[in-house]
Design a protein around this ligand. Structure first.
Ligand SMILES: *[C@@H]1O[C@H](CO)[C@@H](O)[C@H](O)[C@H]1NC(C)=O
Ligand SMILES: *[C@@H]1O[C@H](CO)[C@@H](O)[C@H](O)[C@H]1NC(C)=O
Ligand SMILES: *[C@@H]1O[C@H](CO)[C@@H](O)[C@H](O)[C@H]1NC(C)=O
Ligand SMILES: *[C@@H]1O[C@H](CO)[C@@H](O)[C@H](O)[C@H]1NC(C)=O
Ligand SMILES: *[C@@H]1O[C@H](CO)[C@@H](O)[C@H](O)[C@H]1NC(C)=O
Ligand SMILES: *[C@@H]1O[C@H](CO)[C@@H](O)[C@H](O)[C@H]1NC(C)=O
Length: 453
């Protein structure tokens, strides 16, 4: 009986938590991709889903409003909070991004970075009120340690986890780039890969191109690309991933997903890329059992940590010559589903097909990636040439909202351009905790829930 009560407690908490989120009006902050540069990007206030009892007002603060009665930087009155789900882009800028606790890229590991198991607020807070009564408070936060914290989550096979991800993860442009084409159409992320990981992203998608730079080091020839443009050298980004997993102890899935320039019919270039990956990440790459041809997505975080590995590498093994195609350091790619060429209603239908896990769904019992992006061609057909940012500004909040319902429970990897205009990471953390709890107590919960009802 005692164990039953112990097991039931977190269940009740989790029901209360989810019940609470549904009943009241969640309010949170995100970052709009609208700025010319990162510091210039606006904060967005979001409410919903299902905001039935809207607050009388919402305030944005540069300090934690629960500590003292600070004046809000911005006050949003009740009249502006019309729909049950919505967002307002504010005039408040993100400003210079500084991570606390040793989480800046250039910080040293001495002393070790502070662990933030439940996230750490950046100095941007949002609170909602009824008169002077505080209803909710949230902040813009980093999540460098969310994954390993929950024992039940770390026992969940990767295919059952909700992994927040980015698409074209390396398509970030630094301030020196003047090209409008790159800035408006080929850039896909506001944050560099290091910052994405600090914010909690755990799946990265790399598109690699080859260009002979005529140096002594073959690794100089590999670049992260988008469409047909070379954006930045691959090796620096791989080193950022390595530095992050060493500092955080978290796990990251690296998906080498496309090779648009210089690889076609060149198995030796694929091999050379494999050598580069092995040199940089060989000590951190999960080693799969090749003899049994195991599915990497059946492994969980604890399996990786047991090998003292923190990176799972997805690579098109069939493109590699023998014997590299049989290396235990790489996993065959997971199935990918993209909304590139779809309009909004088609996207919704497609998500229904994939996430409701109906028998006719093309999702298999393995890892899978849902890429919520819209291609330039698709917007061309609608006779309006939207920039990549404009496309993400429309698509991401919708997809995020749809994942908040029951579909989110069936998600695996969800990858976006400009993910920061959603609360994808928080959503994934919440749903993983919920799923892991149900999974860990499956038999018991099935029984007891039936009895309770
Ligand atoms: C706010 O106060 C009003 C009137 O006092 C009340 O009707 C409403 O339910 C309150 N809203 C919330 C979210 O507490
Ligand atoms: C509220 O929703 C309606 C209907 O979907 C929409 O037309 C309107 O623009 C929304 N208002 C705001 C302020 O977002
Ligand atoms: C910025 O981009 C330019 C051009 O792609 C590149 O040469 C330079 O090294 C980059 N700078 C940084 C700090 O990444
Ligand atoms: C792979 O699995 C087989 C069968 O379970 C086992 O005998 C073998 O030791 C495993 N190999 C490695 C490297 O773990
Ligand atoms: C690797 O390549 C060899 C030679 O082409 C082939 O026989 C073998 O089946 C391949 N292995 C895998 C895992 O694809
Ligand atoms: C989306 O595309 C489908 C197929 O091309 C078309 O039938 C439908 O009208 C489009 N919907 C919208 C809202 O544009």
């Amino acid at each position: 009986m005692k164990t039953k009560i112990l097991i039931l407690l977190p269940l009740v908490q989790s029901i209360l938590l989810f019940g609470f989120l549904k009943a009241s009006c969640p309010v949170y902050l995100t970052i709009s991709p609208n700025g010319k540069a990162l510091y210039d990007s606006s904060l967005e206030v979001n409410w919903g889903p299902d905001c039935y009892g809207p607050p009388q007002w919402i305030g944005i603060y540069a300090q934690d409003p629960t500590i003292s009665n600070f004046q809000p930087e911005l006050l949003i009155p009740r009249v502006a909070i019309v729909n049950k789900t919505g967002k307002i882009i504010t005039q408040i800028k993100l400003g210079k991004l500084h991570f606390p606790g040793g989480w800046n890229r250039q910080d040293t590991s001495d002393p070790p970075a502070t662990r933030y198991p439940t996230g750490k607020c950046l100095p941007h807070y949002v609170a909602s009120y009824n008169g002077t009564e505080l209803l909710t408070v949230d902040c813009l936060k980093i999540q460098p340690n969310w994954m390993a914290q929950n024992k039940d989550v770390s026992r969940m096979p990767l295919k059952n986890m909700f992994l927040p991800g980015t698409h074209a993860s390396g398509a970030v442009v630094n301030r020196t780039s003047k090209s409008v084409l790159i800035k408006d159409y080929l850039q896909a992320q506001l944050f560099d890969v290091w910052s994405q990981l600090v914010f909690g992203i755990r799946y990265l998608d790399f598109s690699v191109g080859y260009k002979n730079m005529a140096t002594n080091d073959d690794s100089d020839n590999f670049w992260l690309v988008n469409e047909n443009m070379f954006l930045q050298p691959l090796v620096g980004v791989l080193r950022d991933v390595l530095r992050f997993v060493k500092r955080s102890g978290e796990m990251v899935v690296l998906d080498f997903s496309s090779f648009p320039i210089g690889f076609y019919k060149h198995p030796e270039i694929y091999r050379s890329l494999f050598y580069l990956i092995r040199r940089e990440l060989g000590d951190e790459a999960y080693q799969r059992n090749v003899t049994t041809n195991e599915l990497c997505a059946n492994r969980n975080l604890q399996d990786l940590l047991r090998q003292n590995r923190h990176v799972m590498i997805l690579f098109p093994t069939q493109e590699l010559p023998h014997p590299e195609n049989e290396s235990n350091l790489i996993c065959p790619p997971w199935l990918r589903f993209s909304t590139s060429f779809m309009n909004m209603s088609q996207t919704l239908d497609y998500m229904r097909l994939l996430f409701s896990r109906k028998p006719e769904s093309p999702v298999k019992d393995d890892g899978w990636i849902f890429t919520a992006v819209r291609s330039m061609e698709q917007t061309l057909n609608s006779h309006k040439l939207q920039t990549a940012k404009e496309r993400a500004a429309v698509l991401n909040p919708k997809v995020n909202q749809w994942l908040k319902g029951p579909w989110g429970n069936n998600a695996n990897v969800v990858a976006m351009d400009y993910f920061s205009n959603t609360n994808l990471v928080d959503l994934a953390i919440q749903l993983n905790a919920h799923k892991a709890f149900l999974m860990a107590n499956e038999d018991y919960v099935n029984l007891e829930i039936l009895n309770l009802c």
